[in-house]
Each structure stands twice: as structure tokens, then as C-alpha cells.
Design a protein around this ligand. Structure first.
Ligand SMILES: Cc1cc2nc3c(=O)[nH]c(=O)nc-3n(C[C@H](O)[C@H](O)[C@H](O)COP(=O)(O)O)c2cc1C
Length: 222
């Protein structure tokens, strides 16, 4: 598979099949993804990769807390407080497209929360990954980790797998941190679901838009 094919076929999958992913495959993906660049070659990332019982135990713990109405303080805000346009509109559009696709009307807040809660089951993916940073890290190290994550997402495509990057896990940072045994100096950055797409799931038909080249590129001297 060409890199461009991996990029163009990557999409966020929000319903996975129950086909398992072997340890050998997980290892291969991560071994290759770790060639991601990082400023000063810090390689600031730490990964926790869960499947089977440990994954089930965490998912059930969070589900139980959700049902009981427990709310944790998120480590990171998911978005800036007063998100400006065009970002605000882009976010609204993709959200609307998603809910239209799965038949959740705009005013159906419980329906939207139900979909949000699917995050905390990793959308039924057989593998859940947590990306962790040292709290000492700065903006560039967050970019480094983003590059690692993108490597992983593209390599997954090469092997016929799909992914969903999940900032939503920041809402359960305390629970996840204690379940993973993170140290005080560590911070949960992001989660990621990994597995095979459930091709029959309508939610996976979403094709998100992108801005036109002219809207975000300035060319000079060409
Ligand atoms: C860092 C990051 C965090 C994300 N967090 C979530 C999430 O918590 N839940 C979710 O359903 N999608 C999440 N997404 C997926 C985005 O919504 C998605 O990438 C965007 O809408 C573009 O769609 P596409 O990935 O299908 O091209 C996240 C993506 C990134 C890069």
C-alpha cells in the first residue's frame, strides 16, 4: 500500500468487528511506528495496550461510573473554551453529519450522550491503546506524540485495520491513570481504538470534509 493510499483510506471508525488483533501484529505496528520523529529524539511517548480481560475490566469500570452519574474532572479541555470560526463551524458540521447518519436528532441530548459513551467501550474494538506523556513535556512533545499516533494509524491501514483516536478518554483520566498504574508525573494524553471495521455499521460511512487548499495554504515564489 502506498502512503497516499493509507492516508486516503484512513478514517475514524466508530464500530469495530469482534475480529481479534494478535500480539504479534500489535508489536509489529508499534515497532514500525516508533520510527516517528521527535524533537531531540526524546521519544516522549509511553503506550499502554490493552486487550481481553484488562480491556474489559476497564471498560466495565468506566461504564459503571457512567451509569452511577460519576463525573471526573478532565485532564485536558477537549477544545478551547471559546472556539472561533472556522473551527467552531467545522466541529458543528462533522458532529451534525455523524448524528444525522445514525438518526439522532439535534435536540436528542440523551441520544448524543449515548453515542459519546460508546467511546468508553472503545467502540467494541478488540484493542485499546492509551498514550501517556511525562507532565514535564511541552507543546513540541505533544506534536511528537501526534506523529507517532499518525504513524500507527497509517500502518494499521496497511494491515487492513482501522483506528479511532480518542481524546474523549481525558474525561476519565483519573480512573484510567489508576487502572494503568500511572505515576504522578505521568499524564494520559489520548486513547485509540484499534481493530477491524464493522463494514455493516452505518456510523462508519461518515466521510468528513476538509477545507479547500486555498483556505489554508499561502504559496509564495512558485
Ligand atoms: C487527537 C484526536 C482526538 C479525537 N478524539 C475523538 C474522540 O474522542 N471520539 C471520536 O469519536 N472521535 C475522535 N477523533 C476523531 C475526529 O473526530 C476525526 O478525526 C475527524 O472528525 C475527522 O474525521 P476522519 O478521522 O474520519 O477523517 C479524534 C481525532 C483526533 C486526531
Amino acid at each position: 500500500m502506498k502512503v497516499s493510499e493509507a492516508i486516503l483510506s484512513r478514517k475514524t471508525v466508530r464500530q469495530f468487528s469482534d475480529q481479534p488483533v494478535s500480539e504479534a501484529l500489535v508489536r509489529e505496528l508499534i515497532e514500525t511506528a516508533k520510527r516517528a520523529p521527535s524533537g531531540g529524539n526524546l521519544q516522549p511517548w509511553t503506550l499502554h495496550v490493552l486487550t481481553g480481560e484488562p480491556l474489559k475490566a476497564l471498560v466495565e469500570e468506566v461504564s459503571g461510573k457512567l451509569l452511577a452519574g460519576v463525573v471526573e474532572e478532565a485532564e485536558y479541555p477537549s477544545y478551547p473554551e471559546n472556539l472561533k470560526d472556522p473551527y467552531k463551524t467545522r466541529r458543528r458540521i462533522v458532529g451534525q453529519q455523524l448524528y444525522d447518519l445514525i438518526g439522532v436528532p439535534r435536540e436528542d441530548t440523551p441520544g448524543k450522550l449515548k453515542q459519546l459513551a460508546r467511546n468508553f467501550r472503545f467502540f467494541d474494538a478488540p484493542v485499546g491503546i492509551f498514550f501517556v506523556l511525562d507532565r514535564q513535556m511541552e507543546v513540541f512533545q505533544h506534536a511528537d506524540l501526534g506523529m507517532f499516533m499518525q504513524n500507527l494509524m497509517l500502518l494499521a491501514r496497511e494491515k487492513g485495520l482501522h483506528t479511532c483516536a480518542q481524546g474523549a478518554w481525558a474525561r476519565w483520566a483519573n480512573t484510567v491513570s489508576s487502572s494503568l498504574g500511572l505515576a504522578d508525573h505521568e499524564i494520559l494524553f489520548c486513547g485509540m481504538a484499534l481493530g477491524y471495521e464493522d463494514e455493516s455499521a452505518v456510523i462508519n460511512k461518515l466521510h468528513s470534509e476538509r477545507a479547500a487548499f486555498e483556505d489554508f495554504v499561502t504559496l509564495k515564489g512558485f
